[in-house]
Design a protein around this ligand. Sequence first.
Ligand SMILES: Cc1ncc(COP(=O)(O)O)c(C=O)c1O
Length: 401
Amino acid sequence: MKLSVLSSVIGDSPTLKLNAKAAQLKKQGEPIVHLGGGEPIELAPKGSVEAMLAKVQSGKIKYSPASGLPELKAAVCTYTKEQYGKDITNENVIITGGAKQAIYNFLLCAVNPGDEVIFPAPYWVSYPEMVKLVGGTPVVVKPSEGIKVKFEEIKAAVTPKTKAIMFNSPNNPSGILFEADFIKNLVELCEEKNIWLMTDDIYHQLVFGGKKAPSPFAYSKNSDNIVAINGVSKLFGLTGLRIGWAVSTNTEMIKAMGRMQAQTTSCTSDLSQVGALAALQKDQDFIKNLQKTLETNRDILLKELSQIPNIKANVSDGTFYCLVDFSYYNKSSLEMSAFLLEKVLVATMPSAPFGVDGYLRISYCAGKENIVEGIRRIKWALDKNATGEIKIGNKIIKKEW
Ligand SMILES: Cc1ncc(COP(=O)(O)O)c(C=O)c1O
């Protein structure tokens, strides 16, 4: 039996693949340091855990309305007012199976076969595949220098076939926060050209140095072409709940996304929605603490990296990640990442699947000890003058390269 053409066109998720490989090596007893992950090590916040326990004990775990529990939608409205300065009502919200499903539902409802969808590189690994899944054409805008795209470069990529722009800030994998002027220009461009603007804001409160992610709604005359994606995965470390949402003043878009969801998943988990609701209502301090921890960890990572010659670390403004230029050692990020995993058991994400090569995405959400130990190993592996062996867990590794 033959599989569909589509199934062979769509690639694996490289991030999930790396997680699986690191988990497998760990299970085999290997002293792996995982600096490639995309979830904080913090345990679930208390309010969320207690609410879910009570729900489990009630024994009532049923279908919810397809587009989400009204109480959770109302909490998202409050959140949107507080964080984006935008007044919305429940009909402007859909609750989804993680931010990922919100993005996919949006693309299903916005894109016709052959339509172009623009996003800048470096991009989140799933964007090209999701655009292909809905029959669209991914249009990647590579920055002419470095890793920060200029607004003019995005503008130049717009054609009569452009249907949507997808934008993620602060950005996975670069950690770059795009400033207010950039967002304003983007909003105005999409309004003028009648293009959907999807902002993937999944890390938007996890920014450092007192900065704040600008709200796209602040710059729009009529926000009906904007769809803002968010969720509890990153802000509360609740990646396993699989709760995200999309917000738009365009109720036709929200209704259409609801129809897609109703026919494919019925609804997201009732239990998880209760957990997410409690997180939004009771666990806001968790976000502040996580943000502080991440900022401290980022600084530790940058300090440790500064001891490795000939690399260039980009100072991230937020998220869980720094994108570090290792091209002096190897221009292929896939080879570089494989080398570090094989030789010194450090997992990092190669940048190639994010649309730029020569970099590694190093996560600082895995805790201070992992960062220090991981960079110690990387430094040793790359240093020609380092001693001939290193102790890693119970192992002694000899330098044979
Ligand atoms: C930029 C970006 N968008 C969306 C997602 C998906 O989030 P969720 O786990 O809520 O589906 C991720 C997860 O890594 C991400 O990094």
